[in-house]
Design a protein around this ligand. Structure first.
Ligand SMILES: NC(=O)c1ccc[n+]([C@@H]2O[C@H](COP(=O)([O-])OP(=O)(O)OC[C@H]3O[C@@H](n4cnc5c(N)ncnc54)[C@H](O)[C@@H]3O)[C@@H](O)[C@H]2O)c1
Ligand SMILES: O=P(O)(O)OC[C@@H](O)[C@@H](O)[C@H](O)[C@H](O)CO
Length: 389
């Protein structure tokens, strides 16, 4: 890690947000980006290319060319990834929260292989999850050869981040190019760097990430998922078509009114500024040029319905104040009806709901991770019963 000349950044996950956002900002900051991914076809295509283009769509859109990258297959060529990490300034990832445990061992090996006099490696997870870097850190520490020695941990700085840019699934013929919205925000907790933050233009450095990640996850992602689940039920394919339906729009606005009240109170946000933030997000969902789908945005419903995620976490915060978050509970009920054959978690969810040996309350606790005595369980069990028909 250096505040001076950018060197190398290793980025795990060369998918939509990896190429369309994190890789782009690191490239623009002057880093050589080393993409590490388990998708052999994607890595081969990246390794054979000298550039790709990030196409923005919407008002003020421009194209950006990304060059000066390498691509490594982290499943087939772990040694090369370890070497790259040993020599890098930065490691980032956008692989999905459930994949963090699988990339941690190779990062641990890279840390162990780092020269003793190297500057600390900045590790920053760019996932839609609360404290994703802390989760990654736990897996890395568990995997450190010889244990979490002071020497190993002196070679690394872990910082939580919040990333925001809608990057839809890409067209089959897009190749490496990525279509994205114009908007982006990358907030990173600056406290762990002790004044020596990496130089990445476009990053918003914050003191502590809790307010930034909760504001983002419980507004952008709660609203997005609500649009997806109600849109799916209404037969919409695109997010922009879904949010154009009055009943979907009303449900999304009701959900965001609930999360807004919680966020404004908890993080002492300016209500007017937050209202503008919400309005801008609804405008982003409306972007007709963004080919985003309800199936991508609703993907992995069991993850989205879990305890620390975009529905249950804000709903539990509201319930702890004695109020029942009816719109959030109804949106969770809509999520239960997300029945998409090629989404593994949707199939698993539907199988759970079809299991007549299990009670509604049992399923409500299993899906949300809440104790049976929690005030949300009884009303969510009612939505479970309704979804089971
Ligand atoms: N797409 C968005 O709009 C967006 C925006 C902000 C945050 N995110 C978050 O970024 C993460 C990735 O989302 P995405 O939309 O880019 O998904 P994606 O499926 O397009 O990309 C994920 C990539 O990770 C790779 N991968 C999976 N397992 C791996 C492993 N063990 N090692 C290395 N690579 C591995 C996959 O092959 C894939 O290329 C998620 O946490 C998501 O919530 C996405
Ligand atoms: O990536 P997920 O599955 O957690 O959520 C789906 C979308 O809401 C998400 O990818 C958004 O497009 C993104 O978070 C915008 O910043």
């Amino acid at each position: 890690m250096s505040t001076e000349t950018p060197g190398t950044a290793v980025h795990f996950g060369a998918g939509n947000i990896g190429r369309g956002f994190v890789g782009l900002l690191l490239h623009d900051a002057g880093y050589e980006v080393v993409f590490a991914d388990v998708n052999a076809a994607l890595i081969d295509e990246l390794a054979a290319a000298s550039s790709y283009t990030v196409h923005e769509v919407g008002t003020g859109a421009v194209d950006h060319e990304v060059t000066r990258f390498r691509a490594l297959n982290s499943a087939a060529d772990e040694d090369a990834v370890v070497t790259a990490i040993a020599e890098a300034d930065i490691v980032t990832c956008a692989v999905g929260p459930n994949v963090l445990r699988f990339i941690a061992p190779v990062i641990a090996k890279g840390l162990a292989a780092r020269p003793a006099d190297a500057a600390p490696l900045a590790v920053m997870a760019c996932e839609n999850a609360i404290n994703a870097t802390d989760r990654l850190e736990e897996f890395i520490v568990q995997a450190l050869p010889g244990g979490a020695s002071d020497e190993a941990l002196s070679k690394v700085v872990f910082a939580n981040t919040a990333v925001d840019r809608i990057v839809p699934a890409q067209a089959a013929d897009a190749g490496l190019d990525v279509t994205v919205e114009t908007y982006y925000e990358w907030a990173i907790d600056q406290r762990p760097f002790d004044g020596a933050t990496p130089s990445i233009p476009g990053v918003h450095w914050v003191d502590g990430l809790e307010a930034s990640i909760e504001r983002k996850l419980f507004t952008v992602n709660t609203g997005h998922a609500t649009t997806a689940y109600y849109g799916f039920l209404a037969g919409a394919d695109k997010i922009s078509d879904a949010i154009a339906l009055p009943e979907v729009r009303a449900a999304v606005e009701a959900v965001l009114a609930e999360t807004s009240g919680m966020l404004v109170a908890k993080h002492e946000l300016d209500p007017g500024v937050h209202a503008q933030y919400v309005a801008a997000i609804l405008g982003r969902f409306e972007n007709p040029y963004l080919p985003d789908t309800v199936t991508r945005v609703g993907r992995q419903p069991l993850r989205k319905l879990s305890r620390d995620e975009r529905f249950v976490s804000p709903a539990a915060a509201i319930a702890s104040g004695g109020t029942t978050p009816v719109a959030l509970l109804d949106a969770m009920g809509a999520a239960l009806r997300f029945d998409v054959a090629d989404d593994e978690q949707s199939v698993e969810l539907q199988a759970l709901l079809a299991d007549s040996a299990r009670s509604d309350v049992d399923l409500a606790t299993t899906i949300t991770g809440l104790e049976e005595s929690h005030p949300l369980v009884a009303p969510f069990a009612e939505r479970v019963a309704a979804a089971r028909g």
